[in-house]
Design a protein around this ligand. Sequence first.
Ligand SMILES: *Cc1c(COP(=O)(O)O)cnc(C)c1O
Length: 382
Amino acid sequence: MREELQALSADHLNRHLIPTADAHRPVLHRKGKRLVNFSSNNYLGLAGHPRMIQAMREAAEKGSGAGSSRLIIGHSEEAEALEQELAAFKGTESAVLFPNGYMANAGLLSSFLKPSDAVFSDQWNHASIVDGIRMSKARKYIYRHLDPDYLESLLKTADQQGAGRKLIVTDTVFSMDGDVAPLRDLVELKKRYDAALVVDDAHGGGVFGDEGKGMAHELGVDREIDLYMGTFSKAFGVYGAYVAGKRDWIRYLINKCRPFIYTTALPPVIIAGIRASLRLVRDADRLRRELRQKSGWFRRQLTGLGLDVAGSATQIIPVVVGENEQALLFSHRLQEQGVLSVAIRPPTVPAGTARLRFSLMANHREEDLRQAIEAIKLCCFA
Ligand SMILES: *Cc1c(COP(=O)(O)O)cnc(C)c1O
């Protein structure tokens, strides 16, 4: 272990935990320093909203833990109501809560996919999707990032190889690039090749679509998605996740999905927080508009400086640096200027593409954003 850890340090890949306060706010505090926060997924700034806190306080009066797993006695009236609200929100027959997005992805993929099935996965899908596929032992076909032609060639190959059922899975908004999956093309392909389409809307939910319904709604293909996964830990500002789709698919999960079955239900405080958050998100058109404007402005400033923001088209804006050491240095120098964007290194991103990942928030102040651009100029070009 010591050798492996030394090797990590030598490659500038060592990671450690840093206590941080106000992490959900546009300005956070770390090691006594005030830093403009560009590393939070609280995109709409809803975490800590007074109405959400109030709902959670009231729920806390009734107890702190769910007491058991869902299928024993851990399923409450409030969780039942929330699942119905979610199905109505997504326009699906049914929906089910999961403790978090990692477990939802790992669980749904490992329970739907059998070893004889074929799964088609974008090469930059989130680690929880990768792990779900590994757990399933299904035949995996990794397609080039955002490349429907490449995917089609793999679908053909799988058919020739006598694949069983076929399932395509993708992030909607890619977490480290801020680019968007070509959902319309994927829908075409899933129809042509008789495959199922599963989307992970972790970074699209709350931010895109009418009432924040997500990226598939934004792109007008929501009716064509077989299964949605989304989390409440990002734009929703709480914790937890859901899977939504046809009644039979959800029933299957409730019966078969081990990460759903063998874990304690979310505590009442979280359920109450999610329900309050869902109402706030539906009402948050102004925040979505502000987030979009600020993200657009910030992206234009960066590209204006000649920086590489990959294919970003959302509130996630990477600046790809390349080498790990350079990314760490860039992040460190920005912190000296009062700006925090944490360096993202392999294995989270491919080797040679270390980067700073700037996440915008609807409640970033204009002066915060200007300060960040000035700091970036200073660090890159001084
Ligand atoms: C954050 C994230 C997850 C995991 O969600 P949690 O609720 O934080 O466990 C899954 N998929 C993607 C794309 C994510 O960004």
